[in-house]
Ligand binder design. Structure first.
Ligand code: NAD
Length: 494
């Protein structure tokens, strides 16, 4: 579609910022609202319900009632499967509208909202729908005169709190396994990008989810988010966001009803390129493509690049040649590959880190400035620092923006030590043509996912999560069911 047609559609789009509770669109009980600003041009997309504890109470009561009367949990896995597959089909049917909302709300290029975000959301719903009627329970090998059944049951009321960087996908990774397992869900999207979550709730209802089973409460973390984390009648919380907030979530879960709390948190992933890397061009393209994808606003972005000293000059020459392809453009232009930073606050954070890198003595080889200044939106050039030391803030802290820190090494063991010298442990990569070296390095890297000679391994069948302060849970794959189910043992005398 042409850029002007996308803009026309954007101007004509009706935005509904009301919450979704018990199958109905409603404003917050307090009647408070907040403005939802588009990072593309700073335009106010419309008012959104500012939910707080009072709305959380209503939503939790609705979710609890739905769970207790078994209107969803009581359906057979095959019945739940049919609804989730219809949900996936409808996400695809409404794909252009959802993609447009995602881009307007969050700033990512429309090309990726359509292919990545809509596609992965539909795929996730479909996959958990397909999976749920293929899982069998167990019988333990106990004594001959008894039978011990080990079964899985839904936990009950699940709160899902998600960030703004992949609003639909992060929501789908929580709601799809939780709903498939028979739970009732309350989703709190980020206040920075609440719109697609609200549409998903309507689409879920259209697909056949009974009222009360899937509720969406937009609002701020300290208000709606904290009320969910502290609520005595929420059984489980699935959280994705920053490590700082993750710690608060764990505390709130502990100080309230010890609800199960699963966290998927920040990262500072290390990408190690050895001199015997089998395909340097591929390594360069992956390093650059992965850090600037989604404007660098990805938890698993390989933001620390360790290059063996003997190939660093050649590597950087090739990397810098690619940067013109990543200049920010209009997110509603299908040719754009880098869009807007989500809001003014995040823009300031990113620019603050760029200043910190310069002050610490790192060498700014490219970027470092704002872009598209006359757009009214928030854009940053793809930025690349060389001569970074692992002790600098730009190497230690998660920037969550298009900023790559390059470090060099001569001894691989030392590079691995530096890669591991971080509180995070989400992802890592190693590039080498030596299979033993690759496997030894992959084993030594303390991360939930390690890539070898690639950085784009991604599939719904594979768990996604971190070691250390990158969180304690795993999204995706059949393992996600562990978070949203309880194991029950039933002893039967025979
Ligand atoms: P954030 O922690 O600021 O907010 C995440 C969510 O938590 C939002 O919905 C927010 O409203 C809510 N929240 C904030 N304070 C809260 C509180 N006190 N109580 C309850 N809820 C609260 O994170 P963000 O800026 O939205 O997202 C960026 C972070 O998310 C990055 O650190 C990124 O690495 C991480 N992330 C991790 C993964 C993963 O799978 N590991 C995926 C995507 C993003």
């Amino acid at each position: 579609m042409t850029t002007s047609l996308w803009h026309e559609r954007a101007a004509a789009l009706a935005i509904d910022g009301r919450a979704f509770i018990d199958g109905q669109r409603v404003w917050a009980k307090s009647e408070r609202q907040f403005d939802d600003l588009s990072p593309i041009d700073g335009r106010n997309l419309g008012p959104v319900a500012r939910c707080d504890g009072a709305d959380v109470d209503v939503a939790v009561a609705a979710a609890r009632a739905a769970f207790e009367d078994r209107r969803w949990a009581g359906k057979s896995p095959a019945q739940r499967k049919r609804v989730l597959i219809k949900f996936a089909d409808l996400v695809q049917k409404y794909g252009p509208e959802l993609a447009l909302l995602e881009t307007l709300d969050m700033g990512k290029p429309i090309k990726y909202s359509q292919s990545t975000d809509v596609g992965a959301t539909a795929n996730c719903l479909r996959w958990y729908g397909e999976a749920i009627d293929k899982i069998y329970d167990e019988i333990a090998p106990t004594a001959a005169n008894s039978l011990a059944l080990i079964t899985r049951e839904a936990v009950g009321v699940v709160a899902a709190i998600v960030p703004w960087n992949y609003p639909m996908i992060m929501a789908a990774w929580k709601i799809a396994p939780a709903l498939a397992a028979g739970n009732s869900v309350i989703l709190k999207p980020s206040e920075k990008s609440p719109l697609t979550a609200l549409r998903l709730a309507e689409i879920g209802l259209e697909a056949g989810l009974p009222p009360g089973v899937f509720n969406v409460l937009p609002g701020f973390g300290q208000e709606a988010g904290a009320a969910l984390a502290l609520h005595m009648d929420v059984d489980c919380i699935g959280f994705t966001g920053s490590t700082g907030t993750g710690k608060q979530i764990m505390q709130m879960a502990g100080q309230s009803n010890l609800k199960r709390a699963w966290t998927e948190l920040g990262g500072k992933s290390a990408n190690i390129v050895c001199a015997d890397c089998p395909d340097l061009d591929k390594a360069v393209a992956a390093a650059i493509g992965s850090i600037y994808f989604n404007q660098g606003e990805s938890c698993n972005a390989p933001s620390r690049l360790f290059v063996e000293a003997s190939i660093k000059e050649r590597f950087l020459e090739k990397a810098l040649a690619l940067l013109p392809n990543y200049q920010p453009g209009d997110p509603l232009d299908e040719a754009t590959v880098m869009g807007a930073i989500v809001d003014a606050t995040q823009l300031d954070t990113v620019m603050g880190y760029i200043d910190a890198g310069k002050e610490a003595g790192a060498e700014l080889l490219a970027g470092g400035r704002r872009a598209r200044g006359d757009s009214g939106g928030f854009y940053v050039q793809p930025t690349l620092f060389d001569k970074v030391d692992n002790g600098m803030r730009i190497a230690r802290e998660e920037i969550f923006g298009p900023v790559l820190s390059v470090l060099s090494f001569t001894d691989l063991n030392d590079a691995v030590k530096q890669a591991n010298a971080t509180p995070f442990g989400l992802q890592a990569a190693v590039w080498t043509g030596n299979i033993s070296k690759a496997i030894q390095t992959a084993r030594a890297l303390r991360a939930g996912t390690v890539h070898v000679n690639q950085y784009d391994g991604d599939d719904i069948t594979v768990p996604f999560g971190g070691y250390k302060q990158s969180g304690n849970g795993r999204d995706k794959s059949l393992h996600a069911f562990d978070k949203y189910t309880e194991l029950k043992t039933t002893w039967i005398q025979i």
